[in-house]
Ligand binder design. Structure first.
Ligand SMILES: Cc1cc2nc3c(=O)[nH]c(=O)nc-3n(C[C@H](O)[C@H](O)[C@H](O)COP(=O)(O)O)c2cc1C
Length: 197
C-alpha cells in the first residue's frame, strides 16, 4: 500500500515545527501499524516550485487531456495523487487557511478526466485512496468550519475519497506554557487515526 505524504510543513521553526511534529507522529504510527506501507513524499521544494495555473497552462492541459495524454509531465502530480492508497496532507494554519503552495498543488492535482470527471448528475471522483487525513497547527484555537478542513473535506468528495479525517492542533501561540501539552494531545489523536484502518 502506498501512503502519499504531502509535506507542506513550511515553517520558520525548522525542526521545532509543530505541523511537522504532527506529521511525524502520524507517519511513525502509520508505518508501525502498516509495516508493508511505502511512503511517497511530495516535498516542500516540489510544492514551492509549482506555478499557479494561467490560461496557457490550462489550455495546454486541456489539449493533452483531449487526446488522453495523461502521461505528460503536466499530469505527474495528479497521476501520483490518483494512484495513492492513502493520503496525508500536513500544512500550517496560515491567514485563516494554509500556505499558497498547497493551493497551487490542489490546482495541479485537480485534473478533469484524471482525478475526477463529469456525469449528468455532476462530478464523480476517480482517485484510488480510501482515506485522506489533513493535519494542521494553528496559533489560535480551532474555529468551526476552518477553511483548510472544509476545503479538504470537499476535495475528498470531488476526488471520490470516501473517508476524511483531520487534526487541528489549535491554540499553540496563546500561552507558551500550554503549547507542549496541546501539541502532544493533537499528536496523540494523529497517532490514533494512523493506527485505524
Ligand atoms: C504566515 C503566517 C500566518 C499565520 N496565520 C495564522 C492565522 O490566520 N490564524 C492562526 O491561528 N495562526 C496563524 N499563524 C500561526 C501558526 O498557525 C502557528 O504558529 C502554527 O503552529 C505554525 O506551525 P509551525 O510551527 O509548523 O510553523 C500564522 C503563522 C504564520 C507564519
Amino acid at each position: 500500500m502506498k501512503l502519499l505524504f504531502v509535506d507542506c510543513c513550511i515553517s520558520q521553526r525548522g525542526a521545532e515545527s509543530r505541523t511537522r511534529a504532527l506529521a511525524e507522529a502520524y507517519l511513525a504510527a502509520f508505518c508501525k501499524a502498516h509495516p508493508e506501507a511505502e511512503v511517497e513524499t511530495v516535498s516542500q521544494e516540489t510544492l514551492l516550485a509549482l506555478r499557479p495555473m494561467d490560461a496557457d497552462a490550462l489550455n495546454q492541459r486541456d489539449a493533452l487531456a483531449s487526446v488522453g495524454a495523461f502521461d505528460a509531465p503536466q499530469f505527474a502530480l495528479a497521476c501520483q495523487f490518483r494512484a495513492a492508497d492513502a493520503v496525508v496532507v500536513a500544512a500550517p494554519y496560515w491567514d485563516m487557511s494554509y500556505p499558497a503552495a498547497l493551493k497551487t498543488y490542489i490546482e495541479h492535482i485537480s485534473a478533469v478526466g484524471l482525478t475526477y470527471h463529469y456525469e449528468m448528475d455532476g462530478c464523480h471522483g476517480d482517485c484510488n485512496a480510501q482515506r485522506l487525513v489533513y493535519l494542521t497547527s494553528g496559533g489560535d484555537f480551532e474555529h468551526e468550519d476552518s477553511v483548510g478542513v472544509v476545503h479538504w473535506r470537499q476535495l475528498c468528495g470531488l476526488f471520490g475519497i470516501p473517508r476524511f479525517d483531520y487534526v487541528f492542533a489549535g491554540g499553540l501561540d496563546i500561552d507558551p506554557v500550554k503549547t507542549p501539552e496541546l501539541l502532544e494531545a493533537a499528536c496523540a489523536v494523529a497517532r490514533q487515526l494512523a493506527e485505524e484502518a
